[in-house]
Design a protein around this ligand. Sequence first.
Ligand code: BES
Ligand code: ZN
Length: 592
Amino acid sequence: MHRPDPHSYYDSAQPKARRLQLKLGVDFATKRIDGEVVLEFGANATGLLDLDTKGLEILSVQASGHGPIPWELGEADAILGSRLRLDLPADTQEVAITYRTSPDTMALQWLEPSQTEGKVAPYLFSQCQQIHARTMVPCQDTPVVRVAYKAEVTVPEGLTAVMSAGPAGDEATGDGRHTFRFTMPQPIPSYLLALAVGRLACRDLSPRARVWAEPETVEAAAWEFAGVEDMILKAESLFGPYPWDRYDMLVLPPSFPYGGMENPRMTFLTPTLLAGDRSLVDVVAHELAHSWTGNLVTNASMEHFWLNEGFTVWAERKILRTLHGDDAAALGWAMGQKALEDSLERFANEPHLTVLRLHLTGIDPDDAFSSIPYEKGARLVAALEREVGEDRFHRFLREYMDAHRFTSITTEQFCSFVDAKLPGALVAVNARAYLNEPGLPASAPQFRSTMLDTLTALAAGWAAGERPSASQIAGWSTNELLVYLQKLPRQVTQADCAWLDTHFQLMGRGNHEILVEWLTLAAAADYEPAFPKLREVLLRVGRMKYLRPLYGALEATPRTRALAREIYAAASPGYHGLSRRVVQGMLDKFPA
Ligand code: BES
Ligand code: ZN
């Protein structure tokens, strides 16, 4: 027996599924999916097969040519869920499992019409990363196994289903429902399975890119992301031809717990990106870059998550630098530095979670999640690039992509490849310190620009009474203002808050990065004029990146703690299960 992934019951000595055929019946009344999955092995399979499941009701298991076969559902582990063990009769080609999801399954959020823009129809979306695919489909839920898939999704008439796959036709069922078919011919890891169902409209942005959203927001989305084809072209020049045919995007309702999710052929995005000025498109550059770094070359388990995210952050900034220049990229690195420092502080007592090459046996990957794999990882990639030079690194990247297309690799495999192609580079940048030691190595690359130095110096003078002039303020871009706010002391006075709001008109900002940075300062200062806006944002938005700092800042005083509890009581039924878990954990640690 060999289990290569601490977050899966997958045993590499057993048969591997090569393709899934899914039939999913979406029932909004009971908040359940009635599912059938056929696992095809692509060869004759025999013997034990261990699958991952969590909260699934297994109804029947049939092996091709043999009819029903026995199955055994193991005890539920809090992190892994229950092992579903099958014993395949000799020469089984495929096995079919019928099952039902539970109403509170982690991968799925079922939204009431009131939680959507249009307010008239319910909505369903999935989020399988890190290890939640098993709450939607019994499968080998580890990125070491890659599967192609076909799916048939039946939904109430009037709603549209989209998946992380290409469309393959749709038809009315005749009983008030509609079936959508999909096909994903390329092998993907299970965490990239994705489904959304709602009242959806779309707009084409280029011959290969389209944005989907509710009809009420689709025009705004099309305007915000109009530049996506330029990003695809730039990414292709870095990594080679776009490997997934189409690049479509779906703008979700505001409870979506992430900024973006790189579901292949259908990136999922938070509607908080619709700032009205294209100032938040770095998230699209990021999810697009995952088409190569993550989706084409994938981390073999969450212990190697930095291979996905570190490379992607590096690529995202590379794309932005070509499109918007050096200064814009330097600001990106500065914002990343702030996120990295916050995460290092959050894990001050858990230094084992600050290394890139993680050891996660017994640890829920959602609990290990932070900006460290992103920003420390991106700095390691940038250090390698600086060491060998841009041209040589560019050639290396192409070779890396070619050699590992559609495979899932470990940090150790990555290091061997670098050693073979760029001998000496790992030692020269002290890669060991990034991979195996806590914190950030002192030698990590720094990213500076004149503007960044100005903003840093100005913010450092805040406590001594230094303030930007009206003409300085007028010249700042959105991200320059954001970096300035991020560099201010975390504890400002209520008078400071009033000054900031007057001079920057912060309360009315459509850019959620600015708005949330401001509300975080205001919450920590117990600044009452900001409370209505705080409540509004926390009641509407479920993106964990925003909930964490906002609820964290509300720990400041007895009054803000009471406010946090009151808002959470009202907001939590609308939050995603993942967001609820994070915020509940924070509130539990508040002093009484
Ligand atoms: N793959 C991640 C989102 C994710 C990570 C989901 C871990 C579940 C578990 C995605 O690519 C991502 O990193 N999103 C960021 C965007 C940002 C770094 C530009 C986010 O959601 O904020
Ligand atoms: Zn990412």
